[in-house]
Design a protein around this ligand. Sequence first.
Ligand SMILES: C[S@@+](CC[C@H](N)C(=O)[O-])C[C@H]1O[C@@H](n2cnc3c(N)ncnc32)[C@H](O)[C@@H]1O
Length: 357
Amino acid sequence: MPPLTHLILYCRAGFENECAAEIADVAAAMGVFGFCKAKPDSGYVQFVPHEPQQARALSGIPVDRLVFARQAVCVSEFLTQLPVHDRLQALLPAIERMGQRYADLRLETADTNDAKALNTFCRKFAGPLRHALEKKSIAVSNHADPAEAPNLHLFFLSSSAVHIGWSDPASASPWVMGIPRLKFPSGAPSRSTLKLEEAFFCFFSEAQRTAKLRAGMSAVDLGAAPGGWTWQLVKRGMHVTAVDNGPMDATLMASGLVEHLRVDGFRYRPAKTVDWLVCDIVEQPARIAALVGRWLAQNDCRNAIFNLKLPMKKRYEAVQQCGDIIQATLTGSAMAERPRFKQLYHDREEVTGYLSV
Ligand SMILES: C[S@@+](CC[C@H](N)C(=O)[O-])C[C@H]1O[C@@H](n2cnc3c(N)ncnc32)[C@H](O)[C@@H]1O
């Protein structure tokens, strides 16, 4: 693998501190110590290990196990002052120095309004760069085995400053910029529907999606109205009990697969175990964590996906605390695994959790 001087982690703008605290913790647990550079609202974090030789282990951190990072790129070089009229002249030797062949080329930026202007530049520059790399047979080669070869990332801060690095497809996000491109499905009653769809992509492989989301399964949707999450379940042929005082979408109700109950989601319990609990109630995160823990501990559901609306401050700590609450509720039951959490692209001031028995 090429040399590694630091990691760049992409995150939601405004969550740099949480992303930094998390990577510092995860790296320390692996025996790698360093410091973070995190500019507010920049949409990324730089983690610089004190001992670059130790940093190698970081390339194996599975991004889907990090809550706040959408992607983690192992950076070999940071180039500034690329010559405006011939960027390739500076970039190609740096890429060659990494001494590797690549399965894919990613020209990326932070996900911020400021960086949006760079997207046009990236699109225009991708063609000539790809061509130059193929001519030199150093990268983006059809001969490289895409399952084995790393991806080459150029993370542009401006059209003249770029972090050049790579990611291992076995641990990295498969999406460009770590952002799944999901289309809003026509017929879904709310944009929230994309959160649950993204959660299915984020937490499960294709084979797991097929096994876990089957027609005929039963589900309860707490805080269901107007029905964006219920819609995702009904689309997969599931029977859904939608719990909410608010009105459900009429077309969704006409599917015949939804029972709407206007009761309190914190009091409702199903008559028998359901395959799925999903919960999008806007409440204190600790209260939602306790609710989800109870459902699993009491065997009310086999799987749970839920949203935690984060407080204004100490958001990383709040997520940790919710994990502790759920784990404590489950102590002594057959399963005491920690839930997985992810701040999805479609999440705002929130994270999504998943746990199953
Ligand atoms: C963010 S919205 C849910 C959006 C929904 N997931 C969708 O995709 O359309 C939150 C919902 O939680 C409901 N809610 C709030 N407190 C509740 C409670 N104690 N029990 C049940 N529903 C509740 C609200 O009425 C609101 O409709």
